[in-house]
Design a protein around this ligand. Sequence first.
Ligand code: S3P
Length: 443
Amino acid sequence: MSHSAEPRPMTSRRCGPLKGEALVPGDKSISHRALILGAMAVGETRITGLLEGQDVLDTARAMAAFGAQVTQHGPGDWSVHGVGVGGFRSPEGVIDCGNSGTGVRLIMGAMATTPITATFTGDASLSRRPMARVTDPLAQFGARITTREGGRLPITIEGAQDPVPVAYRTPVASAQIKSAVLLAGLNAPGDTVVIESEPTRDHSERMLTGFGAEIHTETTSDGHRITLTGRPELRPQPVAVPRDPSSAAFPVAAALIVPGSEIRVPGVSRNPTRDGLYVTLLEMGADIAFENTREEGGEPVADLVVRHSLLKGVSVPAARAASMIDEFPILSVIASFAEGTTVMNGVSELRVKESDRIDAMTKGLRANGVEVEDTPDSMTVHGMARVPGGGQAVTHLDHRIAMSFLVLGMATENPVGIDDAGPITTSFPDFVPLMTRLGAELA
Ligand code: S3P
């Protein structure tokens, strides 16, 4: 569903110490994949801890449109009765993926090797984002694809009648491209291969293994090579979705920059392909303890204890970018309060997220008195002891930009305003009440 409500401006004021427990929502990436793989297995997949953000609800509705039976039993507790690999039917209406790049790219992959037709659309943000990175490899499987000018949405896909397996080297480090190709490979005979130069989040590979697909990964001189054998019978299985490290990043950041804070963030995924922010924060001198490390739903998780910290600027290497790609906006906020300069390298992909995140953060931080420089693929933030604030940030339908500036305002001298808090519901519907319970002042 497109985000079409009236903009909801919000202001964040400097607050006292944040205290308490932050139960952040389920992982967005894993939630999308659980619904999609559940729809491609025969029988019932039960999902607990599902993120009920708008992005994921849009994917749930899409899976129902393709023929799966998707039922909510209680908060976060869902079941999907799948139709099997190759079992999707042509949806009656247009598939509106709202704000979600992950939703639309993975679903296009999942249907592209089944002989059905579907048309995909999305909101103003999604309609600006590049889709050729996914439609190019899907055409190689034999799908026929019509796009708007520039390879953008709306897109109509006629799934391949006789799909052929594909070997594809991803042109940019992207788990969405990798996952779209692997999901398409499920209904192609033989081996589908994806080669990526930097490893990206591996939730698809982990979950495909759990559902009984034959998939293996090797690191060769060529890069990171994932091979999937097509036409498996996917076995439904229970999926316990861990809490989202990308959502956890917001209360964690707030606790680090608001003096006197100490919070606990239980059950957060510590998957190494998602861990870059936490590695970076430890390098900056953050006081974060990882307690009770364990495995849940096939993913490593830990309880985080975070205390206010005096941080130092660091240089984040380009090779780490993929493992923290969604966390650079909030890192740039944290870096504003660090001693010295923080440089984020190799981050050009930020320019094609829900917004151009380098541009949105650079302009919004400058409006709040922070010295920032950007290049096409880097961002540099000069930290300061007291960040003035007092500015307004434009969020461009981007949930992470909205949450980042609300966190900024919790520790600035003057309040920070954002033009629209509405998009926060895409990934973190309880953000405002949760942060308010910890002590934030948002209105
Ligand atoms: C995601 C992959 C990343 C990330 C997005 C979720 C996924 O995108 O930014 O929020 O679930 O696969 P890219 O793969 O395009 O980098």
